[in-house]
Design a protein around this ligand. Structure first.
Ligand SMILES: CC(C)(COP(=O)(O)OP(=O)(O)OC[C@H]1O[C@@H](n2cnc3c(N)ncnc32)[C@H](O)[C@@H]1OP(=O)(O)O)[C@@H](O)C(=O)NCCC(=O)NCCS
Length: 241
C-alpha cells in the first residue's frame, strides 16, 4: 500500500522576521514575484507558507534542497507535475512524476503530494450565505435537492462537504466546470463514506475521496485518482514557523 500524505499547517498570527526571510528564500523567482504583487498581507502569508511547506515536503520526498525543487505553476496558478529524481542508494531508480495540490483558508493550509493526480480543498463551514441558490447553480441536481431539503447546521455542513469534494475533484481532474455540474454526482453515506458516479455510471477510473474536519468548523476533501493500493494517510499538523 502506498500512503498518500496530506499535510496541514495552522497559520500563525505572525511569523518572526528571520523565519519569514528564510521561507521566502525557498520560493522560486516567479513565486516571489507573485507573492510580492499580492495586495493583502493575509493572502501573502497564506501564499508564502503554503508554497514553502510544499517545497519542504517535496524536497524530503525527492531528497534535494527545497530551493532546487522543480516546482512550476501552469499559468502561474495550477501546480504542474513534478518530475522524479534519482534516489540515492537505489542506482538509477527514478520516481515520479509527483502531483501537488494546495488549499488554504485564513486559518489553515493543506498540501497533498501523490504519484498520481491529486486534489485537496479546505473550506470553513458557513462561509456561503445563499446556500440553496449556489447549490442549484453549481451542484448536480441530486446533490442540490438533498442540500435544499436540509435546514440549519446540517444544511451548512452538507453544502460544504459537496463543495470541497467538487473542488478537490476539479483540482485533480481538470474537468471543465460545465461538464462537472451535471456529469458527476457525489453521495455521502451515514458513515461519511463518499460514493461517486460519473455520467450516471460508477467511475471506471479508480477515484478515492476522503472527508475530514482538520479544525472545528473546517471541512477538507482529498481526491486521488489512482489504484486502491494508494491509501490516504492520516493528516498531520506540521510546524514550519
Ligand atoms: C482555482 C480554484 C480551484 C481555487 O480554489 P479555491 O477554493 O478558491 O482556493 P484554494 O485555497 O482551495 O486553492 C488555491 C490553490 O489551488 C491551486 N490551483 C489554482 N488553480 C488551480 C487549478 N486550475 N487546478 C488545480 N489547482 C489549482 C493553487 O496552488 C492555489 O494556491 P496558490 O495560488 O497559493 O498557489 C477555484 O477558485 C476554481 O476556479 N474552481 C473551479 C470549480 C468551481 O467553481 N467549483 C465550485 C464548487 S462546485
Amino acid at each position: 500500500m502506498q500512503p498518500i500524505p496530506l499535510w496541514t499547517l495552522q497559520i500563525p498570527d505572525t511569523i518572526a522576521g528571520a523565519r519569514q526571510k528564510e521561507l521566502y528564500s525557498l520560493l522560486s523567482p516567479a513565486e516571489q514575484k507573485r507573492h510580492d504583487a499580492m495586495e493583502s498581507f493575509t493572502r501573502q502569508k497564506e501564499y508564502l507558507l503554503s508554497h514553502a511547506l510544499a517545497r519542504l515536503k517535496i524536497a524530503e520526498v525527492l531528497k534535494m534542497p527545497p530551493a532546487d525543487v522543480p516546482l512550476l505553476f501552469e499559468d502561474n496558478t495550477k501546480p504542474s507535475p513534478i518530475p522524479g529524481s534519482l534516489v540515492p542508494g537505489h542506482g538509477s531508480l527514478v520516481t515520479g512524476p509527483w502531483h501537488l495540490s494546495l488549499s488554504h483558508t485564513h486559518l489553515l493550509i493543506a498540501c497533498a503530494l501523490a504519484p498520481c493526480p491529486v486534489g485537496v480543498d479546505v473550506e470553513p463551514v458557513g462561509r456561503t450565505k445563499h446556500i440553496d441558490d449556489v447549490a442549484r447553480r453549481m451542484f448536480h441536481p441530486t446533490e442540490a435537492d438533498e442540500v435544499c431539503a436540509l435546514i440549519g447546521d446540517e444544511k451548512k455542513l452538507r453544502f460544504t462537504q459537496y463543495w470541497v469534494l467538487r473542488e478537490a475533484f476539479y483540482k485533480a481532474s481538470g474537468m471543465p466546470l460545465t461538464d462537472m455540474i451535471k456529469g458527476i454526482v457525489f453521495n455521502i453515506d451515514d458513515d461519511e463514506k463518499v460514493q461517486f458516479t460519473i455520467n450516471h455510471q460508477p467511475s471506471t477510473i479508480p477515484w478515492q475521496f476522503s472527508l475530514t474536519s482538520p479544525l472545528p468548523d473546517h471541512i477538507m476533501a482529498l481526491a486521488v485518482q489512482g489504484p486502491l493500493s494508494h491509501t490516504i494517510k492520516d493528516i498531520q499538523l506540521t510546524e514550519i514557523v
